[in-house]
Design a protein around this ligand. Structure first.
Ligand code: PRP
Length: 183
């Protein structure tokens, strides 16, 4: 896909080059922290599939990957607060060091739910790697990602896995959607 600005994008928030630098840093941190721990990186589908693919390639120690699909937004703009498991893990996580990879932490409802759910399966540890944390009021306060890629403003952003009505996930940058597209 061309890196030319998509006509429905107002401006680029995180460029392809910035994304590469962010993910490289996160991979380096995780590699240092999890040496000899064989962590299981869990991609939260669908949004995190691109970030996770990049993150695991930036991790230089042995690790495994599994996928969970949850849904919280539907096709709209705002989080509904309802989290639904669409696909569960295939891996048993008891005794494993788990890293949940999320493309974006918004209200924190999704992660709050996932951490409770996975915590009940008795992993050795659970950490969160969030590519982007949206600066919004009223976040679930207990959610503190160990690895944060970057902070984003409270705008409707798409790209690098983030969608609006299932579009724009394939943009190689994170951009702000023009309001006329979703209003
Ligand atoms: C997005 C994103 C996170 C969640 C974050 O997923 O990928 O999983 O919302 O929002 P929260 O912190 O307010 O819970 P979404 O439900 O849009 O599904 P998707 O990953 O398939 O795009």
């Amino acid at each position: 896909m061309s890196t030319e600005l998509h006509p429905n994008i107002e401006s680029i928030n995180i460029s392809k080059e910035e994304i590469e630098a962010i993910v490289a840093r996160m991979g380096k941190q995780i590699s240092a922290d999890y040496a000899n721990k064989n962590p299981l990186v869990i991609a939260v589908l669908r949004g995190a599939f691109i970030f996770t693919a990049d993150l695991v390639r930036a991790i230089t120690i042995p690790c495994s990957v599994d996928f969970m699909a949850v849904s919280s937004y539907g096709d709209g703009v705002k989080s509904s607060g309802v989290v639904r498991i669409v696909k569960d893990l295939d891996t048993k996580i008891e005794g494993r060091h788990v890293i949940i990879a999320e493309d974006i932490l918004d209200s924190g409802l999704t992660l709050s739910y996932l951490i409770d759910l996975l915590g009940a399966r008795k992993p050795a540890s659970i950490a969160v790697a969030a590519f982007a944390v949206k600066d919004v009021p009223g976040k679930v306060p207990a959610i503190k990602p160990a690895y944060v890629g970057t902070h984003v403003p409270n705008e409707f952003i798409v790209g690098y896995g983030l969608d609006f009505a299932e579009r724009y996930r394939n943009l190689p940058y994170v951009g702000i959607l023009k309001p006329e597209v979703y209003s």
